[in-house]
Ligand binder design. Structure first.
Ligand SMILES: Nc1nc2c(ncn2[C@@H]2O[C@H](COP(=O)(O)OP(=O)(O)OP(=O)(O)O)[C@@H](O)[C@H]2O)c(=O)[nH]1
Ligand SMILES: [Mg+2]
Length: 448
């Protein structure tokens, strides 16, 4: 399939600053005039050629390696030219301006990858993996992004989709022949296949969940009444003196964020202003921000003073109920109680001392356990929340399909299988709307 005509885009592909080599990348349907004007004549395809990069008067702006990849065998699937010159901001800027003068347009962030996707060089999950690989903050997340980029994640999704297509064909046949004597839905293999599909969706969910955790980390918000030791707990978890700690209630007003790694899991901890009714406008704003942070948390650490268990029992009003919560009784050094982890009415309760550090390790382990993070899970893919969401929707649809198989409602069964296939298609980009594509690619860096 030939790529549709698109205008020519240009960008500096190397990071800002000075370096040995700087690269300008150009992609478009028709590079002829640019090649002639900039290089005198087109370079031999796929060979590194040393060339002068010329300005309008035929003088060299810089010289270096020109690499020409004619369509469709290029990153974007279009004609691509890479100019590897010297990595100085001024010389690269001159070269970029020259390409603009020749009619190229400055690429939007992620536009090269977007074209690669639109021209079928990559699917959406792979394109996202490029950004994830570049953004990786740990070795493990880089490896998982590489696996997704190589197409391992997409291959699993395609396999599931093929199973769904097979099942749908079978079920649609059952609907078509429903007047006949044979009941196709009675076939035991159909039930087996659906169960097998659910198992596979569970496996992929686990791997994708680990990948999403590695990529995005876990946002944990520390909340509670003033003076209970929230900032002290942040400092204890971070292992350094980040937040101001005083005996004055209402010390913290702004949100304080710190990213750390706990056993390989990226953990974003947010310390907040103590929750109480306050007349002070600054503190009130701090409390408003605290509530915002709470609403977006993956996990809440609700801190109380171990000496006031009664007051601690009263949850601050309108704490989001759906977010997992760990209840912490701090300052056990003042009560003499030992550090402990117990489960009370389905809530984990940890007694610790932020001052002495006793029990803080129990909390670290509990956060990792809660996140469902297992270091060293085999074959983790880099995945995003939108992938997890799609996998879960597909799983729910297949689970419904199984119910409809039992009740022999073939039309509804077929409908659920169709919904599952559509949900999985969102991952690889077969069913994706324009808005989502824009959102995904605009988060890429420039020149990618
Ligand atoms: N003995 C003891 N004191 C603690 C402990 N944790 C915190 N404190 C003290 O309690 C006081 C309040 O601590 P902070 O960490 O500022 O409390 P906070 O919850 O952040 O308070 P606000 O920011 O005002 O909401 C300080 O005097 C701390 O030294 C602890 O584990 N043991
Ligand atoms: Mg504080």
């Amino acid at each position: 399939m030939a790529a549709p005509d698109r205008d020519t885009i240009t960008a500096i592909a190397t990071p800002p600053g000075k370096g040995g080599v700087g690269i300008v990348r150009i992609s478009g349907s028709n590079l002829g005039p640019v090649l002639d004007a900039l290089l005198g004549r087109p370079p031999r395809p796929r060979y590194a050629e040393f060339r002068h990069f010329l300005d309008a008067d035929g003088r060299a702006i810089d010289s270096g390696i020109a690499l020409y990849f004619p369509a469709p065998r290029s990153f974007t699937g279009e004609n691509v030219l890479e100019l590897h010159g010297h990595g100085g901001p001024v010389v690269l800027d001159l070269l970029l301006r020259r390409t603009l003068q020749l009619g190229c347009r400055l690429a939007r962030p992620g536009e090269f990858s977007e074209r690669a996707y639109l021209n079928g060089k990559l699917d959406l999950a792979q394109a996202e993996a490029i950004a994830d690989l570049i953004d990786s903050s740990t070795e493990e997340s880089a490896r998982s992004a590489q696996r997704s980029l190589q197409g391992e994640f997409s291959a699993h999704i395609h396999h599931l989709q093929e199973c769904l297509v097979r099942l749908r064909t079978y079920v649609e046949a059952a609907i078509d022949f429903s007047d006949e004597d044979i009941d196709l839905l009675d076939d035991a293999t159909l039930g087996h296949e659906i169960t097998g599909l659910l198992d596979e969706l569970d496996t992929i969910d686990t791997k994708a969940h680990q990948g999403a955790l590695l990529r995005e980390g876990l946002t944990t918000v520390i909340a509670g009444r003033p003076n209970v030791g929230k900032s002290s707990l942040l400092n204890a978890l971070a292992g350094r003196d980040l937040a101001i700690v005083t005996e004055i209630p209402g010390t913290t007003r702004d949100l304080l964020r710190e990213s750390l790694q706990v056993g390989g899991l990226p953990l974003h901890i947010v310390d907040t202003a103590g929750l109480r009714d306050s007349e002070d406008p600054i503190e009130r704003e701090g409390i408003r921000r605290a509530r915002d942070a709470l609403a977006n948390a993956d996990c809440i650490l609700l801190v109380c003073d171990a000496r006031h268990t009664e007051a601690g029992d009263a949850l601050p009003a309108d704490l989001p109920e759906t977010i997992p919560l760990i209840r912490i009784f701090n300052k056990i050094d003042l009560t003499g109680a030992p550090a402990s982890l117990t489960v009370q009415r389905e809530t984990t309760v940890i007694h610790l001392s932020a001052r002495t550090g006793e029990g803080v390790d129990l909390l670290r382990q509990e956060i990792i356990r809660r996140a469902g993070y297992k270091k060293g899970t085999e074959g983790v893919f880099s995945a995003r929340r939108r992938h997890l969401d799609a996998i879960r929707r597909a799983r729910a649809a297949v689970a419904n399909a199984r119910l409809y198989l039992h009740t022999k409602t073939a039309e509804l069964l077929a409908e659920e299988l169709r919904a599952a296939q559509k949900a999985l298609g969102e991952i690889t980009g077969e069913f994706t709307n324009e808005d989502l594509l824009n959102r995904i690619f605009s988060s890429f860096c420039l020149g990618k």
